[in-house]
Design a protein around this ligand. Structure first.
Ligand code: PEP
Ligand code: MN
Length: 287
């Protein structure tokens, strides 16, 4: 008999869910731990920091402020995927090392992006969590390479990827033996032009329904507007997100990258206290 939605255990609600990420093959949620921070537990974990690592002062000041407000993981891009080759491309190796130093000084684990298989060993040496960006979600050699690591991976949804393609990308990593994958909804391309992307919050319950991996949300790239970030951050926690990743800059108006969608430290601090209330309303807590 040909398999269909009803008799094929890998198909859930019309989506072919690959075996390793499939919730049916592992009913308990996977917890991805980074220095004691458990993604996928009852606690919601907040990742914050600048879009790009720019210099020591910018990173130090921003890191101190997000830490004081309650962020538990520091973000910052060193290898930046920029649409224009003439825009700031990031500090590369120097940026990764700066992030490591400030992460240690402030007591926060760090997450940063790799764009190329040739950067994986270097970044893996310094980063506590490795980010695969939206533009590389279907870079299969890169997915296989980070699949061979035994480190947490933050996999961002491709801006034009279906949920099924997103899960297949995660499956590439798991198929190489690395089961520490956190999925991140960061908005998809639609016909809408008022927002940078259309933040698909329905992906949160859907992904959690289909697979056992933790799911976080990026309301910064998801909207492209600083003023929208707090609203969508709160909505994401209400929708069941296991965490958030947000861009914060100590002087957003001077940022070399994505300043228009970066929160100021004061805005971030205010948001953190609101997020606590939302988390508690849905039976969770913020770290
Ligand atoms: C980022 O988080 O730094 C980034 C570039 O995001 P995305 O890959 O989602 O565009
Ligand atoms: Mn950015």
């Amino acid at each position: 008999m040909e398999s269909n939605d009803y008799n094929d255990p890998s198909v859930i609600g019309g989506c072919s869910v690959p075996v390793r990420v499939n919730r049916k093959s592992k009913p308990d949620p996977t917890i991805v731990e980074i220095n004691g921070i458990r993604f996928g537990s009852s606690f919601v974990a907040i990742i914050a920091g600048p879009c790009a690592v720019e210099n020591l002062e910018q990173l130090t000041e921003t890191a101190r402020k997000v830490k004081a407000a309650g962020a538990v993981v520091l973000r910052g891009g060193a290898f930046k995927p920029r649409s224009s080759p003439y825009n700031f491309q990031g500090l590369g190796e120097e940026g990764v090392k700066m992030l490591w130093k400030i992460g240690r000084e402030t007591g926060m684990p760090i997450v940063t992006e790799v764009m190329d298989t040739r950067q994986v060993n270097l970044v893996a040496e310094y980063a506590d969590m490795i980010q695969i960006g939206s533009r590389n979600m279907q870079n299969y050699p890169l997915l296989k390479e980070v699949g061979m690591l035994r480190k947490p991976i933050l996999l961002k949804r491709g801006m034009m990827a279906t949920i099924e393609e997103f899960l297949l990308a995660a499956e590439y990593i798991l198929s190489q033996g690395n089961e520490q994958v956190v999925l991140c909804e960061r908005g998809i391309r639609t016909f809408e032009t008022t927002t940078r992307n259309t933040l698909d919050l329905s992906a949160v319950p859907m992904l959690k329904h289909l697979c056992h991996l933790p799911v976080i949300v990026d309301p910064s790239h998801g909207t492209g507007h600083r003023w929208m970030v707090p609203t969508m951050a709160k909505a994401a926690v209400a929708a069941g997100a296991d965490g958030l990743i947000m861009e914060v800059h100590y002087k957003p108006e001077e940022a070399l990258c994505d300043g228009h969608q970066s929160l100021s430290p004061n805005e971030f601090t205010g948001l953190m206290s609101d997020l606590k209330k939302i988390a508690q309303a849905v039976g969770r807590d913020i770290y």
